[in-house]
Design a protein around this ligand. Structure first.
Ligand SMILES: [Zn+2]
Length: 379
């Protein structure tokens, strides 16, 4: 169903930051404080800041500024780059909802060095990482406030950053900080992590929390090595950590079967107030870092299902944040497909080959179902 039909009328308060960007109306009048959503007003929110391009880990590093350039360029080509909002850097108090004070000081004051051999720190790293957190916070707040999907185009990524550590190209955990803020306001949060790597940082932050559901599909055995199906969380949080540890070669049918057998039923039973998504495009078959084989339509379908679930369960409150993904064409077209889907527009996708048509991940899916049989109503 077209989202315009499901939401025929909605008022959107334009934030101070967005006024700067939306301050050139075609008729030359002053920007309005309120807009009525009509056909010319995008139905999702994009949060982006060109300062993310200033983050350079090291020369020739795969997590490079061109990743965001490729996404933004493709969104512009598709006329989907609209309703873009800027964000303010996260405050110390916001960051410390999930990270220890000593770790925050360490990253801020390091000046130069490494969190791990592939995660270098420079004098500007902390500031740009804080801005990425602010962008994801902005997207989550917009989704919660307005009941419309939001997409944060950010780097550096965040899901490998835990309470007192970083690594895997991550410094501060963007999505976890947004989830912690939502949880502090009494919301039940479902985090769907569709990056090819297990989000060990997010897992560790919320392992004992029953108000934040963490679901991750990932290639098991590669970096960071965590995320077996039997890891269901700790203490009061048991059952609220859901890992689907896929093997090399798993793609569309494995992901979609995992979604039907595990993710959708658990999210449905959990009844989130908001859905946050860590969206990495490194599970794509063109990605150079992993051996998963999702196609571009497979990605768009997964996100589409999550958006449908958010519409059904929590009034369209879904915010999506970029994590990994290192093949520029795959990254650009998946995000174009996703933003197009959220705006009710179909985008032509070129990377459509399906390599997994026999549910290669069935063993992993069954293992996760066994581990969670005691906690959720899974058939
Ligand atoms: Zn990744």
């Amino acid at each position: 169903m077209c989202r315009l039909n499901s939401h025929p009328f909605r008022s959107v308060i334009i934030s101070r930051e967005s006024e700067t960007i939306l301050s050139s109306p075609k008729d030359g009048t002053r920007p309005r404080r309120c807009l009525e959503v009509g056909p010319d007003v995008p139905l999702d929110v994009l949060v982006y800041d060109p300062r993310f391009l200033d983050h350079v880990v090291s020369p020739n590093h795969v997590e490079r500024p061109d990743r965001l350039r490729a996404i933004v360029e493709r969104l512009k080509q598709e006329r989907l780059y609209a309703g873009v909002e800027a964000a303010a850097p996260a405050t110390r108090a916001e960051v410390e909802r999930v990270h220890r004070s000593t770790y925050v000081d360490y990253v801020r004051d390091l000046g130069g060095g490494f969190l791990d051999p592939e995660t270098a720190v420079h004098p500007e790293t902390f500031e740009i990482a804080s801005l990425a957190v602010g962008a994801v916070l902005g997207a989550a707040r917009a989704a919660v406030r307005d009941g419309r999907p939001a997409v944060a185009l950010v780097r550096p990524p965040g899901h490998h950053a835990g309470p007192d550590y970083g690594g895997g190209f991550c410094y501060l955990n963007n999505v976890a900080i947004a989830a912690a803020e939502c949880a502090a306001r009494g919301h039940r949060v479902a985090i769907l992590d569709y990056d090819a790597h297990h989000g060990n940082g997010t897992r560790d932050i919320f392992a004992a929390s029953p108000s934040v559901l963490y679901v991750s599909t990932h290639e098991y055995g590669i970096y960071p090595g965590t995320g077996p199906g039997e890891d269901v969380g700790e203490g009061d949080g048991r059952g609220f950590t859901v890992n689907v540890p896929l093997s090399a070669g798993c793609g569309d049918t494995s992901f979609l079967t995992a979604d039907e057998a595990i993710i959708e039923p658990i999210v449905e039973e959990f009844r989130p107030d908001v859905v946050l998504m860590s969206l990495g495009v490194d599970a794509h078959y063109r990605d150079p870092l992993t051996s998963l084989t999702l196609s571009s339509p497979g990605y768009v379908e997964l996100v589409s299902r999550a958006a449908n679930a958010a519409a059904r369960l929590c009034g369209n409150r879904i915010a999506i944040a970029l994590e990994g993904g290192y093949h520029l064409d795959a990254l650009a077209e998946v995000f174009a497909g996703v933003v197009g889907r959220l705006q009710g527009r179909k985008v032509d996708l070129a990377l459509t080959e399906v390599f997994d048509d026999k549910v290669r991940g069935r063993a992993a899916i069954e293992a996760t179902k066994r581990a969670h049989g005691a906690y959720w109503n899974l058939r």
